[in-house]
Design a protein around this ligand. Sequence first.
Ligand code: G
Ligand code: G
Ligand code: MN
Ligand code: NA
Length: 250
Amino acid sequence: DQTEVALKRAVQTKEFILHYQPRLDIRSGKIVGAEGLVRWNRPEHGLVMPDAFISICEETGLIDELGKMVLEIGCAQAIAWRHAGLDLDLSLNVSPRQFSDSGFLPLLKKLASQTDFPHGHIELEITETVLIGDHVSIAEKLKAITAMGYRIAIDDFGTGYSNLSYISRFPLTCLKIDRSFVDQLPTSGPIVQLILTLGQQIGARVVSEGVETQEQLDWLIEHNCEEAQGYLITRPLDVDGFEAFLQGNA
Ligand code: G
Ligand code: G
Ligand code: MN
Ligand code: NA
């Protein structure tokens, strides 16, 4: 199919870039990090959003190469920000297939061995799907990844089917509340509160995603959620836009 052929070429010629959506530390009001979100800069089409190509990449196996590119771009950017004196944590999305690929740990190891790799400042976002299966081997894999200096976040938390009894055995530093819950505040308050309590219990920060209104942010402030991300703060921005946004918020 046409898109698939174009994607294959795009992976080879590296037509992908990252946009960055800031993460707000609710208590201090400071931007403490960003999530990198991939876009395909497709010739003659313009910017293509991930929903139009991530699943094709998963199905065709192109995700390993694309995922590698995302990690390389993200790590290089995180290093550049540190050199510029910016103290930012960067979250990068990892797809389930990429996580289970045998080349994934060696790639992480190679990236972490780079000069100036920002140990403790790169967070990998995995979904609950990744946590299904043999919990002992998953825990070992996650421990190996954290030992290299990465942190682990669970993305879209609350929408999957991860076994809650194992959550505390995994070395998780962050739970990202899916925006479908944030969108339904205050009706969804009991669920959000449950996740906030769980985060506290296991020592993971909780980030609320998809925060669009001041009312939602006020609810999160009142309930001691650590971080917020969403259109209320800003949409994902290209790197120049993101850096300009940081200046405006300094
Ligand atoms: O901005 P948004 O349209 O960026 O992203 C849509 C979806 O694509 C989200 O579910 C997001 O997690 C996913 N996504 C964005 N960037 C990446 C990436 O680099 N790798 C993977 N696997 N998923 C991504
Ligand atoms: O699955 P993941 O959490 O990585 O998805 C991030 C997606 O959410 C991206 O597509 C991003 O553009 C989108 N997004 C970020 N903030 C908001 C928001 O406030 N509202 C909505 N509707 N989408 C958002
Ligand atoms: Mn994400
Ligand atoms: Na999410």
